[in-house]
Ligand binder design. Structure first.
Ligand code: UT7
Length: 334
C-alpha cells in the first residue's frame, strides 16, 4: 500500500541506559542447574544487566536523558513519547506519562505500545507515521523493559535469557526522501498466544493468592516452539523486505536484529546473504532486553562510529503474539 506522507521520518538522536548490576553465566550456575557452556552455545549470551532498584520508567527516563544530552534536545521540544514495553511500571497510567513528567516534556503527549519483542519495530513505525504526516516534529520512541520483574529465577529454560535495559531514538521530518524510513512489513498472528505469554495480572486472571501460587505472574515460554517459528518468521520477513525493495546483500550495511538468540540471528543473516560483520550484536552483554534490543544496538554501533550517512539497514524482530516484522531504514546522521 502506498503511503501518504509529507516528509520522511529520519533518526536524528540515540540514547541508551543499562543498569550496572551484572548477572553473568557463572551466577546462574550458582542458582539453577546450568552451565556457562550450555548458555553460551545455545543462546550467545554471556551476561545481562539487572535493575535492582527501580522500574521500567527509570530505564526509559535515563535512556531519554542520555539522548537529550548527547544531541542537545530540550524537553520542551518533544512532541510525543511512545514507549514500547511489556513491563510497564503499572497497568496504568502509561509509562510514557511517568517518563514525560520525569524529563519535563511539558508539551508532549504519548502512550505505551505493547508488541513484546517486536515492540520497538511497531513503536518505530507508529512514530514515523506521526512524523511523516507533518503533524509532529520531534517524536521520542523508547524501548524499555525490566524483564527481571517477570522472570522466574527457578525456571532454567527461561531465566538465563533475559535482561533489563532501555534505549531511545528521536524521529524528525526530512524533505530528503532517500533518508530515513523507506519501507516495512509488520505482522501479527494471535495463534501464537499459547507459546509465549504471561497469564496472570491482566483482566483474564486478575492477581489472587492462587495466581501467584501458580506463578502466573511470570513469563511463560515454550522455547523450542518459539524458536522454530522465530527462525522462519524473522528470516522470511527480512528476505521478503529485501526482495520488495530490490536490495541485494551487498547493498545492506547492517542487519539490526532483535537479540533473542544468536542462532535465530545467524539464520536470518544467512538467509539474507550477510556476513557476520554486517550483523549488529549485543546479546552477549545484555541478553534479551525485549523492546530495548534494536535501539540499543543502533546506539552502540552509532557511538562506535560504525554507521555512516546513506547506510542501508534492515531492522528485524520476532516476539510474543506472535508479532514480527522488518523495517528498511537509510541512516541519516553524518
Ligand atoms: O524474544 C522472544 C522470542 N523468544 C525467542 O526467540 C526464544 C526462542 N527459543 C530459544 O532461544 C531456545 O529454544 C532456548 C535457548 C530457549 C532453548 O534452546 P534449545 O536448543 O531449544 O534447547 P531445548 O529447549 O531443546 O533444551 C535442550 C535441553 C533440554 O534437556 P533434555 O530435555 O534434552 O534433556 C533442556 O532441559 O537443554 C536443557 N536445558 C538446559 N540445560 C542447561 C534447558 N535450559 C537449560 C539451561 N541449562 N539453562
Amino acid at each position: 500500500m502506498a503511503r501518504e506522507k509529507k516528509y520522511n521520518a529520519v533518526i536524528t538522536g540515540l540514547g541508551m541506559y543499562f543498569p550496572e548490576k551484572i548477572y553473568d553465566n557463572k551466577y546462574f550456575e550458582s542458582i539453577i542447574d546450568t552451565n556457562d557452556e550450555w548458555i553460551l552455545t545455545r543462546t550467545g549470551i554471556k551476561e545481562r544487566r539487572i535493575l535492582e532498584n527501580g522500574a521500567t520508567s527509570d530505564l526509559a527516563t535515563n535512556a531519554a536523558l542520555d539522548l537529550m544530552q548527547r544531541h542537545n534536545v530540550s524537553a520542551e521540544e518533544i512532541d510525543c513519547i511512545i514507549i514500547a514495553t511489556v513491563t510497564p511500571d503499572m497497568l496504568f497510567p502509561a509509562t510514557a506519562c511517568l517518563v514525560q513528567n520525569r524529563i519535563g516534556a511539558v508539551n508532549a503527549w504519548g502512550f505505551d505500545l505493547e508488541a513484546a519483542c517486536s515492540g520497538f519495530l511497531f513503536a518505530f513505525q507508529t512514530g514515523c507515521a506521526l512524523v511523516e504526516s507533518g503533524q509532529y516534529k520531534k517524536v521520542l520512541v523508547i524501548g524499555a523493559d525490566k524483564m527481571s520483574s517477570i522472570v522466574d529465577y527457578t525456571d532454567r529454560n527461561n531465566c538465563i535469557l533475559f535482561g533489563d535495559g532501555g534505549a531511545a531514538l528521536l524521529l524528525e521530518p526530512s524533505e530528503d526522501y532517500n533518508l530515513g524510513l523507506q519501507d516495512f512489513i509488520l505482522r501479527i498472528d494471535g495463534a501464537g498466544e499459547g507459546a509465549l505469554h504471561m497469564k496472570g495480572g491482566g483482566s483474564l486472571n486478575p492477581p489472587t493468592h492462587e495466581t501467584v501460587d501458580k506463578k502466573m505472574h511470570y513469563l511463560y515460554q515454550d522455547g523450542k516452539a518459539v524458536f522454530k517459528v522465530a527462525v522462519k518468521g524473522m528470516a522470511d520477513v527480512s528476505y521478503e523486505l529485501m526482495q520488495k525493495n530490490n536490495l541485494k546483500s551487498e547493498d545492506i550495511a547492517y542487519l539490526v536484529p532483535h537479540q533473542a538468540n544468536l542462532r535465530i540471528i545467524d539464520a536470518t543473516a544467512q538467509r539474507m546473504g550477510l556476513s557476520k560483520e554486517k550483523v549488529m550484536i549485543n546479546i552477549d552483554r545484555y541478553g534479551n532486553t525485549t523492546a530495548a534490543t534494536i535501539p540499543s544496538c543502533l546506539a552502540e554501533y552509532y557511538r562506535a562510529g560504525k554507521l555512516k550517512k546513506g547506510d542501508k539497514i534492515i531492522l528485524s524482530a520476532f516476539g510474543a503474539g506472535y508479532t514480527w516484522g522488518a523495517t528498511y531504514v537509510v541512516w541519516a546522521i553524518d
